[in-house]
Design a protein around this ligand. Structure first.
Ligand code: 0X9
Ligand code: ZN
Length: 258
């Protein structure tokens, strides 16, 4: 989905959101649809979404891993895509290990494993399609957000190294966490991936950052482990609304900074 800018004099700016890299993280595709619905319903009613849509192109990929997502309708715990390995013995590559950033280190080339990074960087059509699109649009896209679950975190580069990102302070999105606390009484932590979550290579956030998209985030939505991937339907609206608040807070900040 693509929302072209509505403002006539807007500069060339854009943001990207993808959902559903990991098949079993069902709140993620739900969030992309929530975001699209909010954009279409509250333009010219909500000041933040109006400002964003007037100033930026917004690209939304609702399900990056459609085969894996469909598979979870019967095998709920599946994470990877559904590509068949050369040996034919095991199925699936972890798309969030398949991007070309320090590829293979800390992940596994064994197709039977959950964090199989694939036979070579961008071997998977899903990762390659996203990478190609972002390469083509890298001069306009200033903000990359990829939506996962769970653990209530805003992760930013780097994950593949403990080095600090050059704009680390700009990526410390305390305003987003504070607003969620204030409006929804929920706690989100934030920080660089390697130190905050775990070190790991081949992720889309680090790759996008190294491409030149200086605001790059992995959101881990609700919850913090009570239901985990099996977040009940009654929690969808709360999970999506708080993540929406964070997306808008960060997008407005990026507009102000760039
Ligand atoms: O491990 C992942 O891919 C993400 N966590 S999840 O539980 N949704 O699988 C975290 C990704 C953080 N970023 C990088 N590792 N680059
Ligand atoms: Zn994930």
């Amino acid at each position: 989905m693509h929302f072209p800018r509505t403002g006539k004099l807007a500069q060339q700016k854009a943001m990207w959101i993808d959902c559903g890299i990991h098949a079993r993280e069902w709140i993620s595709p739900a969030f992309c649809l929530w975001f699209v619905h909010h954009s279409l319903s509250f333009y010219q009613q909500n000041s933040e979404i109006t400002r964003i849509l007037d100033s930026m192109d917004v690209y939304v990929l609702p399900v990056m891993n459609p085969d894996g997502y469909k598979y979870t309708w019967t095998r709920r715990w599946w994470r990877k895509n559904r590509s068949i390995s050369k040996s034919g013995f095991c199925v699936g590559v972890d798309l969030n290990r398949n991007f070309d950033v320090d590829w293979v280190k800390g992940s596994s080339q064994n197709p039977c494993e959950e964090i199989n990074c694939g036979p070579f960087p961008e071997s998977e059509p899903e990762a390659q399609a996203v990478a190609n699109f972002l390469r083509r649009h890298k001069d306009t896209v200033q903000l990359y957000i990829t939506i996962h679950s769970y653990s209530q975190m805003f992760i930013f580069p780097y994950s593949y190294t403990f080095d600090q990102a050059e704009n680390h302070n700009d990526l410390m999105v305390q305003e987003a966490a504070q607003r969620i606390k204030r409006y929804y009484r929920n706690t989100y932590t934030y920080g660089p991936g390697a130190a905050t979550l775990y070190p790991c290579s081949g992720g889309s956030d680090d790759w996008a950052y190294k491409l030149g998209i200086k605001y790059s985030f992995t959101f881990e939505l609700q919850d913090r482990g009570e239901y985990g991937f099996l977040l009940p339907p009654s929690h969808i609206s709360g999970a999506c609304n708080e993540a929406l608040l964070a997306v808008k807070t960060i997008a407005v900040k990026v507009l102000e900074k760039t």
